[in-house]
Ligand binder design. Structure first.
Ligand code: ARG
Length: 581
């Protein structure tokens, strides 16, 4: 496999065995990219401690034992015992040739194919998806795409909020306006407006004599399984689904109706969940409510913190549903790993749920559950992004604005292109720009929503990467017109070609790391440096202007390989690269 770190690791581990004995076979050579060479081996310090000897002596012994002849120049010892490694250019070229042949672009075949359940997006029915949902949607989708490219089995779970007390009010409002009315139609276009109207009627009846009383009664009939209430509820949820999927289509997100597993999915399991917790001695009544006190959670005065699984009125809540969900994800969906792509604010809730599920035996030790914490999207004032009226910003409006703004960018850049093509490119840049801004930021950091920055053609942005791809594609088109074909093997000779090839070889390892740690921003950072390496290469090494036929064809092959990696990497992030820009 063509990743330098892997080849170097193998060579160094053999050297450890030769120099220090078989018990050192698995010692980590700590191969890292270095600014002083291509890579550094940082193992001498740790090994010296383990062997009780001087790091520099250990470094010298490693050096004497390691066989890197075909891979690298003789390493140099630096500082306390670092080994600076400069790869042989012919070795890099051979690896690049292998990469060009490889359909998978160096992405390793997993040792074990994991079933990974990814809980993401999860908007609430009859409410506008807000910018926070945009982020869990976009990050979750990138993680899903990445894991699939890595050969794992991904089960998407869209845990939508489709159950609970607001539905009494929503159903009554729907009955008031009529299920076929324009008002009801709002559910598919502007659900927040529908919700607000219902809410206003509810709030206008503080004594609960009219609408509010009906709403409360409706919650009870709905939860008791009344057929007519369920029918209207299904209708309401159906209209919301239509709305979600329009947003998903606009965002080019892979979620479908099959991935929906809303809170209501677990209604039939909730009683059993409580019964099992009680039988296991994990739950007890406290202040009338059935509570679990998972280990390791204390509140003020070191009092154990309760997780309420059944309220004193007999109703079940968010925690019970989540417990039922873990149980089903492990038992029925066969999860080896579960990733919750959910806002940071839900950290306590999710960790209490996970601990409870572990204690109940629903989440075995060998099933990993991770909260991929999602930070907030801020406005220019540094506060959570909202419209001037204070309502959370309509996601659809935001995306439309992004596409409109991208349109002005492309109109300026390529006035020569036909209208429909510019519209298509504007969509790719606008949506890609917004998604990429999310993805290039560490998922748990907050960031400021700034369309100008997101759509800039320079810096770590989608348009910069999309432009790099478009540039290579334009070279490809011109080459074809001139009858120039790419060589089978990319040319790796001069410094810029070499630097670009080294970047290309990192794609597989980076993707694997992103899939293991759920960190799409590392893939974004990688693609950005790859695009920069391409720019440097193209500045230094002309392709079509090159007179030597072999060099021209070899550089074209290197550019084509770069295009493949960029397009594939952007696809893992869910960003499309237009044919031209
Ligand atoms: N619907 C919730 C919200 O909007 C997010 C659900 C996250 N997933 C979960 N399993 N709790 O905040």
């Amino acid at each position: 496999m063509p990743a330098p770190e892997i080849a170097l690791t193998e060579r160094f581990q053999s050297a450890f065995v030769a120099a220090f004995g078989p018990e050192y076979a698995d010692a980590d050579p700590i191969i890292r990219p270095s600014q002083f060479a291509d890579f550094q081996c940082n193992a001498a310090m740790g090994l010296a401690k383990r062997l009780g000897r001087k790091p520099r002596d250990i470094a010298a012994e490693i050096l004497a034992a390691v066989d890197l002849e075909d891979v690298a120049e003789t390493p140099e010892i630096a500082g306390p015992g670092f080994l600076n490694i400069r790869l042989r250019t012919d070795w890099v070229a051979a690896q690049a040739a292998e990469l060009a042949e490889d359909e998978a672009l160096g992405v390793p075949v997993p040792e074990h194919v994991d079933t990974v359940v990814i809980d993401y997006s999860a908007p609430n029915v009859a409410k506008e998806m807000h910018v926070g949902h945009l982020r869990t949607t976009v990050v979750g989708d990138a993680i899903a795409r990445t894991l699939e490219k890595l050969g794992h089995t991904v089960v998407r779970q869209n845990h939508i909020g489709d159950w609970g007390t607001p539905f009494g009010m929503l159903i009554e409002h729907l009955l008031d306006v009529g299920e076929d009315s324009d008002e009801a139609g709002l559910l598919t276009t502007d659900p927040n407006a529908f919700y607000q109207a219902a809410r206003a009627k509810f709030d206008a009846d503080p004594e609960a004599t009219g609408f509010a009383a009906r709403a409360r009664a409706r919650v009870a009939t709905l939860q008791s399984g009344d057929a007519e209430s369920l029918r209207i509820w299904t209708d309401l949820v159906g209209m919301s689904k239509e709305y979600f999927h329009r947003i998903y289509d606009l965002l080019d997100v892979t979620l479908t109706d099959d991935d929906l597993a809303g809170e209501s999915t677990y209604n039939a399991d909730l009683e059993t969940v409580c019964a099992e917790l009680e039988a296991a001695g994990l739950a007890r009544i406290s202040d009338g409510a059935l509570c679990v006190f998972p280990q390791g959670f204390t509140g003020r005065d070191e009092q154990p913190l309760p997780l309420i699984v059944r309220k004193s009125d007999g109703g079940y809540g968010y925690a019970t549903t989540d417990l039922a969900a873990v149980r089903r994800r492990v038992r029925e969906l066969g999860a080896d790993r579960i990733a919750y792509v959910v806002g940071t604010s839900q950290e306590l809730h999710l960790s209490m749920v996970a601990e409870t599920a572990r204690e109940a035996g629903w989440l075995p030790e060998d099933v990993e559950a991770t909260h991929v914490k999602i930070g907030s999207v801020l406005g220019e004032d540094g506060k959570i992004l909202r419209t001037r009226s204070g309502a959370s910003l309509r996601l659809a409006a935001l995306l439309e604005e992004a596409v409109a703004k991208a349109r002005t960018v492309i109109d300026e850049l390529r006035p020569d292109l036909p209208e429909d093509e510019r519209a298509q490119i504007a969509r790719a840049i606008g949506i890609g720009g917004v998604k990429y801004a999310d993805l290039s930021t560490a998922h748990d950091s907050d960031y400021t929503f700034d369309l100008d920055r997101m759509l800039a053609l320079t810096g770590n942005t989608a348009p910069y990467l999309q432009y790099a791809v478009a540039r290579i594609r334009s070279i490809g088109r011109r080459a074809e017109a001139q009858g120039v074909t790419a060589a089978a093997v990319p040319l790796v000779e001069n410094a810029a070609e070499r630097a670009l090839a080294l970047q290309l070889l990192q794609y597989g390892p980076v993707l694997a790391q992103v899939g293991a740690a759920y960190e799409p921003h590392r893939l974004a950072a990688y693609l950005f440096s790859l695009a920069q390496a391409f720019t440097a290469f193209y500045d230094a090494s002309p392709i079509l202007k090159e007179s030597d036929e072999g060099v021209r064809a070899g550089r074209l092959a290197l550019a084509r390989l770069t295009e493949r990696v960029l397009v594939e990497g952007l696809d893992a992030l869910g960003v499309t690269a237009p044919q031209q820009m």
